[in-house]
Design a protein around this ligand. Structure first.
Ligand code: FAD
Ligand code: UDP
Length: 386
């Protein structure tokens, strides 16, 4: 079946779709096989029953410093100017402290990543400003420091700030998300959300940020709309790949590709609970992190992300994380990066390397914690090489 194609691609997410388009434009005939009934991978969005545009597999915000990736994607979508801002919503453990911005119900909030303003919300204006100066004496202004690094600072007052941030931002959220403490997980994971020596309350500081104007799915539709690309949905590529005589780009789970022969790679999965509410707006920010209590990690309200105007209705999603067990319908969202799992991945990788025409690409196939832009960049590079 693959005879009239130059390349087979398994998966129509960022990895598969970007690679397919880039190769198609180089004159290759590409067949894309996608197991789901839609394109876009985990970035897929669609209207829910009330007409609110939702992200079915969790909130996705585009951000990158990679101009090549931004320019490439911009051929298939315009962008809504959007900068993601997140707050932590926390029960007040010390009613004596008057936060800079009050909340009435015994809870308060501060920007995440934790910054100089977060200090004021947590400790009150004066004390917060004093502690902020303390940090600025120790670290360059506008810089950022990871929580694990901050905790190693020998100064007792800075150590106390670090303990506060650790206790109110990181430890419980990380336990919910990973079932492990910040020390036990890959340090690059908590480093994604550093402590900021500035008042910058944006979640990302990348040069290019935004949301696709008509959504991710529309962007993928345009990307895959090329005379050299054929997409087949609802097809598991694995049986077809076995007989392929042409190069194969595989973007699914590598352990599954090799029938779990060395045992399954560990992942975290998420349960998304969507709620549609009869109100214009549910919360002040697109995403609110519950860093101290609740069983879910965060609540995202999609209308803030997309800018969709739809009076009297809004949809939110709560994210519950748990271990992936490989059950029917469960989705492996996050690779659990640690030396043991990396070693297991390396065994699968070595199997794949025995097949000269097989290219592993993407968050699952490479068992990495990649953002969308990183995957798009890798897909463009692979297309160059091929
Ligand atoms: P996927 O999107 O998983 O696509 C792989 C595709 O391959 C899937 O469609 C799958 O069905 C298909 N497939 C698998 N096996 C087979 C098979 N055997 N045959 C056929 N098809 C197959 N990144 C950001 O930059 N910003 C964000 O805000 C952001 N938020 C995120 C939030 C959550 C909750 C999660 C989980 C991830 C988030 N990401 C975000 C990361 C982003 O989702 C990934 O970087 C991106 O989706 C990776 O693309 P991919 O193509 O590698 O994988
Ligand atoms: N994190 C945290 N508290 C927060 C936000 C993040 O402890 O309020 C930690 C947590 O371990 C999380 C990691 O930082 O898994 C990375 O956060 P990010 O928001 O980048 O995660 P993602 O959006 O990829 O799930």
């Amino acid at each position: 079946m693959e005879k009239q194609y130059d390349i087979l691609v398994a998966g129509a997410g960022y990895a598969g779709a970007v690679a397919a388009r880039a190769l198609a434009e180089k004159g290759k005939k590409v067949l894309v096989l996608e197991r789901r009934d839609h394109i876009g991978g985990n970035a897929y969005d669609c209207p829910d029953e009330s007409g609110v545009l939702i992200h079915k597999y969790g909130p996705h915000i585009f951000h990158t410093n990679d101009k090549r990736v931004f320019d490439f994607l911009s051929r298939f979508t315009g962008w809504r100017r959007y900068q993601h801002r997140v707050i932590a919503n926390i029960p007040r453990d010390n009613p004596e402290v008057v936060p800079a911005r009050k909340k009435t119900d015994g809870r308060f909030f501060f920007p995440v990543p934790f910054n100089l303003d977060s200090l004021k919300n947590a400790f009150g204006m004066e004390e917060g400003a004093r502690l902020g100066q303390k940090l600025l004496d120790a670290y360059p202004a506008q810089s950022q420091v990871t929580i694990l690094e901050l905790r190693r600072n020998p100064d007792p007052e800075i150590a106390a700030i670090a303990d506060y941030v650790y206790g109110h931002v990181f430890v419980r959220y990380t336990m919910k998300q990973w079932g492990q403490t910040p020390e036990e997980i890959d340090p690059n994971t908590t480093a994604r959300v550093p402590v900021r020596l500035s008042q910058d309350d944006r979640y990302f500081q990348d040069a290019y940020q935004g949301m696709p104007l008509e959504g991710y799915t529309r962007m993928f539709e345009r990307m895959l709309d090329h005379p050299n690309i054929e997409v087949r949905l609802g097809v598991d590529a694995r049986p077809i790949l076995k007989e392929a005589r042409v190069p194969v780009i595989y973007t699914g789970q590598v352990d599954e590709l090799f029938n779990f022969q060395f045992g399954p790679l560990p992942y975290r999965t998420l349960d998304f609970r969507f709620e549609t509410l009869s109100q214009d707006c549910f919360q002040t920010h697109a995403t609110v992190n519950y860093t101290v209590d609740e069983d879910f990690t965060r609540i995202t309200e999609f209308k803030h992300l997309t800018g969709q105007v739809l009076p009297g209705v809004t949809t939110i999603v709560k994210e519950y994380s748990r271990a992936y067990a490989g059950a029917e319908g469960e989705i492996p969202y996050y690779a659990i990066i640690n030396p043991e799992n990396n070693a297991l991945y390396a065994r699968y990788r070595a199997e794949a390397d025995k097949q000269p025409n097989l290219y592993l690409l993407g968050r699952l196939a490479e068992y990495k914690y990649y953002n969308m832009d990183a995957i798009a960049g890798r897909a463009l590079e692979l297309a160059d090489r091929l």
